[in-house]
Design a protein around this ligand. Structure first.
Ligand SMILES: Nc1ncnc2c1ncn2[C@@H]1O[C@H](COP(=O)(O)OP(=O)(O)OP(=O)(O)O)[C@@H](O)[C@H]1O
Ligand SMILES: CC(=O)N[C@H]1[C@@H]2OC[C@@H](O2)[C@@H](O)[C@@H]1O[C@H](C)C(=O)O
Length: 369
């Protein structure tokens, strides 16, 4: 059993960009964040990344998925073995396929990697498979960071509604009202995925420039936005859906084709504008205007994207470091925080985060034998 009161937990996240695994320590009792600890990163090798890429969109039992799980388990075991001070591990795994609408068959989601294997290797309890129960109960299974974002808003002593924006492969927002007593009360949080963020920009850079991403947004900054292409992108039915709503990386696979005829810099500028426009559209759903938008995830390092966001929004758009948080580690920290909630039987999602009909706690706990 986990001792009562605050405990140090380590969370690990392998994001949609498939670049590597982040891990970070959080001291929490499952409600409040008392402190943040150190963090670390373990990149995937080229070969590992190729194995993960090959398994994207596939389900357990299908070709390549077992190999992908092994890659995820090995990388996490290596990284997390350096966090001996953690009493509990929150292991998100790598989302290979996510189909909460049941477009390809049964409604389901799958994060590669078996937490019971890690519990043995690390000799400590591991919380994992955070999303399946939520999907089984009718929710989107994502986003799950919102309850953590609420705790972050309290930790940062925010006193007015604000938005946490994560710009990873996919974008997601959490609108929070830190004046509420708890994340679980109606009106405290509203969260959903905004649309593709870095994923199409990365795909373009790989295709045309043999680069992983548009560093600093330098290419996009020299290009001209094709506004007609952005308007066409915004006609995607996802933008008409009311939240809660979540995305699979492949849901917008046609975005790249919209810039096929444009030269490289204009294509990058246009995809960057698409990402910013989808975040701006998210504003339609906020219960009240936020005082600021705090940005985490790799996209905050893309100047073209940050400028495009600020141009489309009339509230300050700031990197989350401005309120003392770590924009590279927020997702890993979220799963440390959620692990403690799962271990203590607390809710990890609810109607305003994943759309599940009542507050529920997902996640499995595996203990070393
Ligand atoms: N210096 C930079 N300049 C521009 N873009 C960057 C920079 N550094 C990172 N990025 C972008 O951020 C991405 C990684 O972001 P992040 O690590 O937040 O994503 P993720 O966690 O894998 O995705 P998700 O949050 O969707 O799961 C990179 O793939 C790249 O597109
Ligand atoms: C299904 C899945 O893995 N979704 C991820 C992904 O990455 C960003 C966005 O898409 C968000 O929905 C989620 O991750 C964050 C950490 C979340 O659950 O809050």
């Amino acid at each position: 059993m986990l001792k009562s009161g605050p405990v140090w937990a380590v969370g690990a996240m392998s994001g949609t960009s498939l670049d590597g695994v982040d891990a970070a320590l959080v001291l929490t009792d499952g409600t409040r964040i008392l402190d943040f600890g150190r963090s670390d990163y373990r990149p995937y090798t080229e070969a590992e990344r190729a194995t993960l890429h090959a398994a994207l969109g596939r389900w357990p039992g299908e070709a390549g998925v077992e190999e992908a799980c092994e890659v995820v388990e090995t990388a996490h075991a290596e990284l997390l073995s350096g966090f001996g001070e953690a009493q509990l591990v929150g292991f998100h795994g790598q989302t290979l396929a996510h189909d909460p609408y049941g477009m390809q068959g049964p409604r389901r989601t799958h994060q590669a990697g078996d937490g019971s294997v890690l519990a043995e290797v690390l000799s400590r309890p591991v919380v994992w498979d955070f999303r399946s129960t939520d999907v089984e109960m009718g929710g989107q299974g994502a986003p799950l960071a919102p309850f953590f974002h609420f705790a972050c808003a309290k930790y940062a002593k925010l006193d007015a509604p604000a938005v946490f924006l994560n710009l990873g492969g996919v974008g997601n927002v959490t609108w929070v009202d830190p004046r509420q007593p708890s994340a679980e009360v109606p009106g405290a949080v509203l969260a959903f995925d905004t649309g593709p963020a870095n994923a199409p920009i990365n795909d373009l850079m790989r295709l045309r420039r043999e680069a992983e991403f548009d560093a600093g947004g330098e290419l996009a900054l020299t290009g001209r936005v094709d506004e007609a292409a952005v308007e066409a992108f915004l006609t995607h039915p996802y933008f008409l859906k009311m939240p809660p709503k979540s995305l699979d990386r492949n849901d917008f696979h046609d975005v790249l084709s919209r810039v096929a005829a444009l030269e490289d810099a204009d294509a990058a500028a246009t995809l960057t504008a698409c990402a910013a426009a989808s975040v701006a559209r998210a504003g339609e759903h906020y219960p009240t205007a936020p005082s600021a938008i705090y940005v985490c995830g790799g996209g905050r390092l893309n100047t073209a994207l940050m400028v495009a966001l600020q141009r489309r929004m009339n509230v300050p758009v700031q990197p989350i470091e401005d309120i003392g948080l770590d924009g590279d580690m927020l997702e890993a920290q979220a799963f440390a925080y959620l692990a403690v909630r799962v271990a203590r039987g607390m809710a990890t999602s609810g109607p305003s985060t994943t759309g599940v009909s009542a507050l529920i706690g997902g996640g499995k706990v595996s203990r070393p034998g």
